[in-house]
Design a protein around this ligand. Structure first.
Ligand SMILES: Nc1nc2c(ncn2[C@@H]2O[C@H](COP(=O)(O)OP(=O)(O)OP(=O)(O)O)[C@@H](O)[C@H]2O)c(=O)[nH]1
Ligand SMILES: [Mg+2]
Length: 403
C-alpha cells in the first residue's frame, strides 16, 4: 500500500503569528474533506493549482479551530498544499495531529535514505542537500542564537566537507583514514543542535517561602507565579518557557517541600516530586535568612542532589545560612542570590547551563546538523573506498542541479 502522504511544518516550532503546514500526497483529499470547510466550495475536492482559498479548519467533530488560507501548489493525486494557520503551537500541534490521523506522515525533519542521500521538504529550493537538511532543522530552533549557530555550522561543515573532497582527490586512498576519522567525529556531534531545539528543563525546588516563585518571575521576566509571605503559596507546578543566554530553558516552579498533614499541601509536594523527575537540572532554593527551615529541609530531603544551591534573600542583612551549614555535596554548588534584587542570577544561569551540559565549550567544532546529515556522514565514514567516500560527501554539497 502506498503512503497517503506527508505533513511538514515549514515554519518555526515556537509561538508565531502564522504557521505554514505543507501537506502532500493523495491523503490531502481525505484531510480536505474532513477538516477544511471552504468559504467558497470548489467544484473539485481541492481548488485548482495556483489558487489560494480561505477555509475554516475544523476538528474531528466538525468544531471550528481556525480561519486558514490554503495555497494549492500541485493538484491531486500528488497534491502539494500549504495550510497557513495561526501560529499558536497548540493549534499547530492539533492540525498536525489531524493530518497524521488522515495518514499524512510527519515529515518535518529531513530524511536520509539507507545509502546516506538526504532529501528534505523545503519552503524554497535549496542549493544542495546540506542546505536542504539545514532548512528542515531551522524551524525547530527556538532561539536567535541557535539560528545563528546553525547557519554558521552549515558554513563550517560545507568548508570541511569541501576540504575532505579535495584531500581525497589529491591524496587518494592514503588520505582516506584521516577523512573517515574527521567525518565520524562530525557525525557524533549530531546532537549538538538539540540544545537549541529542546528546552533544558530546570526545576526550582526548596522549602516553602524560600522565594522559588519570586525567582521564577525574575528569571522569566514576567509575573507568572503567585508570590506571598505565606508559606505554602504554590500548590501546583508551573512551567515557563524562557531563554537563558540564548539557549531555550523551561523554568519549573514547584510547591515548597516539607512534611505536612494538610492533604492539599501534601498533594502539592507529591506533584513537586513528579516535576523534579521531569527536569534535567534541579536548583535548590533556600531562604538564607531562615536557618531553622533550611536545616529541616536538608534533613527531610538528603537525597535531593541539586545541581545548584541558591541561598536566596541575600539582599537582607539577616543572613543566617552559611555554606558550612550545608551538606558536603551541596557546598561546592552553593551560591548566594537575591531573587528580588536580581543579584547572582548570571552566576546561577551559568551554573544551570553547565549542569545541563547545554553550554558546550566545543560549540565551534563542526557538527552534523540533523540526524540525517549525521547518517550520511556516518555512511561515508564507514566506507573503505576513497572514491565512494568522495561520492557520498558530494551528495551533500554538490549543487542540486548536478545531483
Ligand atoms: N528580601 C527578599 N525577599 C524575597 C526574596 N525572594 C522572595 N522573597 C519574599 O519571600 C516571600 C516568599 O516568596 P515566594 O516566592 O512566594 O516563595 P516560594 O518559595 O514560592 O513559597 P511557596 O510557594 O510557599 O513554596 C515573599 O514575601 C517574597 O517577596 C529575595 O530575594 N529577597
Ligand atoms: Mg511559590
Amino acid at each position: 500500500m502506498t503512503a497517503a502522504g506527508g505533513a511538514a511544518l515549514l515554519t518555526g516550532a515556537g509561538p508565531a503569528a502564522i504557521a505554514v503546514l505543507r501537506l502532500t500526497g493523495p491523503g490531502v483529499q481525505d484531510f480536505a474533506a474532513r477538516h477544511l470547510q471552504w468559504a467558497q466550495p470548489p467544484s473539485q475536492p481541492l481548488p485548482a493549482a495556483g489558487r489560494v482559498r480561505r477555509a475554516t479548519l475544523v476538528d474531528a467533530d466538525g468544531a471550528p479551530l481556525d480561519d486558514v488560507l490554503v495555497a494549492v501548489h500541485a493538484p491531486l493525486p500528488n497534491a502539494d498544499v500549504r495550510v497557513h494557520l495561526h501560529g499558536n503551537p497548540v493549534l499547530v500541534q492539533q492540525c498536525r495531529a489531524l493530518a497524521a490521523a488522515c495518514g499524512l506522515a510527519d515529515r518535518t525533519a529531513a530524511r536520509a535514505s539507507a545509502d546516506g542521500a538526504v532529501s528534505a521538504p523545503g519552503l524554497w529550493p535549496a542549493r544542495d542537500a546540506l542546505a536542504a537538511a539545514v532548512a528542515a532543522v531551522l524551524p525547530q530552533v527556538l532561539t536567535l542564537r541557535g539560528v545563528l549557530w546553525v547557519l554558521d555550522q552549515e558554513r563550517r561543515l560545507r568548508a570541511v566537507l569541501d576540504e575532505c573532497v579535495r584531500g581525497l582527490a589529491a591524496g587518494g586512498a592514503a588520505a582516506a583514514p584521516a577523512v573517515r576519522a574527521r567525518l565520524a567525529a562530525i557525525a557524533t556531534r549530531a546532537d549538538a543542535v538539540a540544545r537549541f531545539t529542546r528546552p533544558l528543563r530546570v526545576a526550582l525546588v526548596g522549602p516553602p517561602n524560600a522565594g522559588k516563585s519570586t525567582l521564577l518571575n525574575t528569571l522569566a521576566d514576567q509575573p507568572v507565579a503567585l508570590v506571598s509571605p505565606h508559606p505554602g503559596t504554590t500548590r501546583d507546578w508551573l512551567e515557563v518557557e524562557a531563554e537563558l543566554d540564548g539557549y531555550p530553558v523551561t523554568w519549573i516552579d514547584t510547591a515548597g517541600l516539607r512534611a505536612t498533614d494538610d492533604a492539599l499541601e501534601a498533594a502539592g509536594v507529591e506533584r513537586s516530586h513528579r516535576a523534579i523527575a521531569t527536569a534535567a537540572v534541579t536548583v535548590a532554593v533556600l531562604d538564607g535568612t531562615d536557618a531553622v527551615t533550611t536545616v529541616q529541609f536538608i534533613r527531610t530531603y538528603p537525597d535531593l542532589a541539586p545541581a545548584v544551591v541558591a541561598i536566596n534573600k541575600g539582599d537582607l542583612e539577616t543572613a543566617a545560612v552559611a555554606r558550612d551549614d550545608l551538606p558536603g555535596g551541596w557546598r561546592p554548588v552553593a551560591i548566594r542570590i537575591s531573587a528580588l534584587a536580581r543579584h547572582g542570577l548570571a552566576e546561577l544561569g551559568h551554573r544551570v547551563l553547565t549542569a545541563g551540559r547545554t553550554s558546550d565549550p566545543d560549540e565551534s567544532e563542526p557538527a552534523a546538523i540533523g540526524a540525517d546529515v549525521a547518517t550520511a556522514l556516518r555512511s561515508a565514514a564507514g566506507d573503505e573506498d576513497h572514491n565512494a567516500i568522495s561520492e557520498k560527501i558530494l551528495r551533500l554539497i554538490a549543487p542540486s542541479a548536478e545531483r
